[in-house]
Design a protein around this ligand. Structure first.
Ligand SMILES: Nc1ncnc2c1ncn2[C@@H]1O[C@H](COP(=O)(O)OP(=O)(O)OP(=O)(O)O)[C@@H](O)[C@H]1O
Length: 785
């Protein structure tokens, strides 16, 4: 792309080779003859009959069923320009996948396409190469208006498609831009009319088509709808319909998705002209990648938080995506887990974040190779190509099999393998059957009893100490309940079957939030829908105009809201910085725990946490959570507070030890002791005696230590004086103070995701920890093993 714009609207400078007029004419001529040759080849090679499957005999897979089979066909053998071939080679694309070898030739020949292939099978290139080639063969320039539009349901996916386009089209002189909501419309308006290709979210594209002066899409050659089923479903149907009104009927249209079901075919046919249906995995045994191992666990709602926390703790070195139903749940999980530190670094991605924040998190998660968990809503479910994701965990049941397929498709992409776990409530067990019927193979598993522990006390104390997090928990509770209530498939989602009290408690809440809008009357909502249906056409039109106006207002409001959230977040970041000491201590504890536990030891794989079950119907109702040691909370003095409030001290070897004082305290609690009776006086006397003895022995130890220090100093001074006299130096009039021993620097702050290597010897916690703290930490490490 010679004049590409990145997602921030900045013009990318591409150094151009300076050519003489003669040189330019030669190049133009060479290109003209290349275009002629390509046109001829396309006419001869690419106008084949409808291909129901992209895999012809000549292009059999060479990857033995692993990943999205690469065919034997090479990109460079396609009738495409040398510029595109160079762009592909620079991006290390050599052989085609099945969907690419099936779709690209037909798309080059100008056919409309409905393309369906598994997640991670290379659909992006299958439509980008024809886009770039079409503009090249039509000698498209920035003076010709918009030549191609690529529509994506999410900002992240649009951004990603734009990046692939920039790579593949790097040798071309095509101006391209990425326009998504959440940015200044005015700024985009200045640039949008000079773009030949736009990657856009539907709402933003329509806004420009409606409002941007000079933005002309009337000559558009090609429209691509990625994740077509998502875009053509209820949420975007109306917007897409309006977009189509701005585009010429004489255009080429390509629709792609991993899940093109019946209704999309119908809708697609309305937007396409006798399309070629290319369904690569239509007859395959499974609709999901073969390298993906899929599992599900049945558990009551109140065990989800504990199971998730324990899962992340057991997989602290993995790259994990965690899907939940709503933004508010993401917010709660992120804030709570950020503080409770399961092991991996935690991130959050949801629709209520500002564009800047979303892009930042998106890029950070892309770059992170391991030891990270991303909490997100379905905005990350479609199309996004995060590299090397090990696990996809679905904490909440998705609304459909298609949503499930897209979510799990964030792992096991292209040739890599991956795993997924779906948490199902006993009332949602039917969903597992639905998956099997839809050719999605899931295996029932359960978490090992001794590996799941309760974080409920920690959550409760977190909420008790922070009104903000308590508020988030309440909102997470309400939004989850509401989401279950609004689900269409009532045979799976049953809000009545949920234990509200237990669920609230599992989030650390003392009570079920009251007055929340999830308690709204279902009949009332149904009536509203009925009323809408019965409206006259005029009323509906009025409603539509109002909604459109409101939509625009909403856009501005949304921007303000985003900015507000951004401010709030940066303020909170500031607060976090102030908590540096606390943070550091927490991180040391987490790191110590992990080091002692050896979490990154290869032997301790996920199987250590999960185990298969023969019949999920016969699963025990819930895993009893281990109590006792695992609930220990570390105190400043190195003692640990058990859930019961009892103090425990640790001896040097890390074993649990009860001090004399603790023994006395134990007596105080024990039944033999009667605090009101005569024992009380003797107990107090004994405590006083004990404290006095301790004081005097402490003082003696301290005196001895100071004495020893002075002795040492004097010995050193004497030796130094002797040495200098031997060298012929004058003795100093006053002995210089010995060089100050540099205090050992505190060990570098250990990020929660950074896990020390497995240790077979005692862990060194650095000099800045007290003895008791060290002992407690080493004990704590052992506790979580
Ligand atoms: N021919 C190829 N050779 C090598 N790598 C490829 C090829 N085609 C695609 N890939 C890589 O495979 C990964 C998945 O590709 P892509 O994102 O296009 O999949 P997709 O089918 O669009 O997935 P989804 O359905 O989830 O959107 C990407 O990392 C991409 O770079």
């Amino acid at each position: 792309m010679a004049q590409g714009r990145n997602s921030h609207g900045k013009r990318k400078k591409v150094p151009k080779k300076k050519l003489s007029t003669h040189g330019r004419r030669d190049r133009r001529e060479a290109e003209e003859s290349e275009i002629q040759r390509l046109e001829e080849r396309i006419r001869g090679e690419c106008s084949g009959k409808s291909a129901k499957s992209g895999k012809s005999k000549a292009e059999k897979s060479d990857s033995a069923g692993k990943g999205p089979a690469l065919t034997g066909a090479l990109f460079k053998d396609l009738p495409i320009s040398s510029r595109t071939v160079r762009g592909l080679e620079a991006s290390k694309y050599v052989k085609m996948t099945e969907i690419q070898s099936g779709a690209i030739p037909l798309a080059l020949a100008g056919r409309d396409i409905l393309g369906e292939a598994r997640t991670g099978s290379g659909k992006t290139l299958a439509f980008l190469i024809p886009v770039v080639e079409k503009l090249y063969r039509n000698r498209w320039s920035s003076m010709d208006g918009l030549g191609a539009a690529i529509v994506s349901p999410t900002r992240e996916l649009a951004y990603q498609i734009f990046q692939v386009l920039s790579n593949v089209g790097q040798e071309h002189e095509i101006s391209a831009g990425c326009i998504v909501g959440g940015r200044s419309l005015e700024e985009e308006q200045k640039a949008v009319s000079t773009m030949s290709v736009l990657v856009a979210t539907p709402g933003r594209l329509l806004q420009h088509l409606d409002e941007s002066p000079g933005f002309d899409a009337s000559s558009l050659l090609m429209l691509v709808i990625d994740e077509a089923d998502r875009i053509l479903d209820f949420g975007f149907q109306e917007t897409m319909h309006n977009i189509l009104q701005h585009l010429p009927a004489e255009r080429q249209t390509l629709l792609f998705s991993a899940t093109l079901h019946g209704s999309v075919h119908r809708l697609g046919r309305a937007a396409l002209r006798s399309p070629e249906v290319i369904s690569v995995h239509h007859d395959a045994k499974s609709r999901t990648p073969e390298t993906l191992k899929q599992t599900y666990m049945i558990m009551p709602l109140e065990k989800k938080v504990d199971t998730l926390f324990s899962f992340l703790r057991s997989h602290s070195q993995k790259k994990v995506i965690v899907f939940v139903s709503t933004c508010k749940q993401v917010r709660f999980f992120y804030e709570a887990f950020y503080r409770l530190k399961p092991g991996p670094a935690v991130m959050e991605l949801h629709g209520r974040q500002s564009l800047t924040k979303r892009m930042l998190v998106f890029q950070q998660f892309m770059d992170r190779e391991r030891a990270v968990a991303l909490f997100c809503t379905d905005i990350a479910a479609r199309g996004v190509d995060f590299p090397a994701v090990d696990w996809v965990v679905q904490v909440d049941c998705p609304d459909s099999v298609d949503s499930y397929i897209h979510r799990v498709g964030r792992t096991a992409r292209y040739e890599s393998s991956g795993k997924s776990a779906l948490f199902l409530l006993p009332s949602e067990q039917n969903f597992a059957q639905k998956l099997s019927k839809a050719r999605v193979e899931v295996r029932a598993i359960t978490a090992k009893h001794n590996k799941v522990f309760s974080i409920q006390p920690q959550l409760a104390s977190l909420l008790a100490g922070s009104g903000d997090i308590r508020h988030l928990a309440q909102r997470a509770f309400a939004s989850y309940m509401r989401s279950v209530k609004l689900m269409k498939e009532k045979d799976i989602f049953d809000v009545q079957a949920l234990s509200k009290e237990a669920f609230a408690e599992s989030l650390g809440l003392a009570d079920v939030p009251v007055g929340a809008d999830w308690e709204g009357d279902e009949d009332l909502e149904k009536n509203k829908m009925k009323k809408k249906k019965n409206q006259s056409a005029l009323q509906r039109l009025k409603e539509k105009i109002r909604a459109k106006k409101q939509g625009r207002d909403k856009d501005a409001a949304k921007r303000e809201e985003d900015e507000e959230e951004e401010r709030e977040l940066s303020q909170r970041d500031g607060a976090r910085k102030k908590l540096g000491k606390w943070e550091r201590r927490q991180r040391r504890i987490a790191a110590a725990g992990k080091a002692a536990e050896g979490v990154d030891a290869p032997a301790k794989e996920e199987d250590d946490f999960l185990q298969p079950v023969a019949n999920p119907q016969e699963l025990p109702p819930a895993n009893p959570l281990p109590s006792g040691n695992k609930k220990l909370k570390l105190r400043k003095d190195g003692s640990a507070l058990q859930a019961s409030g009892q103090h425990v001290f640790f001896s040097k070897d890390g074993s649990k030890k009860t001090s004399e004082l603790a023994q006395l305290a134990e007596e105080l609690r024990s039944e033999q002791f009667d605090p009101k009776g005569g024992n009380r006086a003797s107990f107090l006397e004994q405590v006083a005696r004990d404290l006095a003895t301790r004081d005097s022995s402490d003082a003696a130890v301290s005196r001895a230590r100071i004495h020893e220090k002075h002795q040492k100093k004097r010995r050193k001074e004497r030796t130094q004086r002797g040495a200098k006299l031997e060298d012929g130096e004058d003795p100093p009039s006053r002995s210089p103070s010995p060089p100050k021993k540099r205090a050992r620097e505190a060990p570098e702050e250990t990020a929660p995701m950074k896990v020390s290597k497995p240790v077979s010897k005692p862990v060194d916690f650095g000099d800045d920890l007290g003895d008791l703290e060290k002992q407690a930490l080493s004990k704590l490490g052992g506790l979580f093993s």
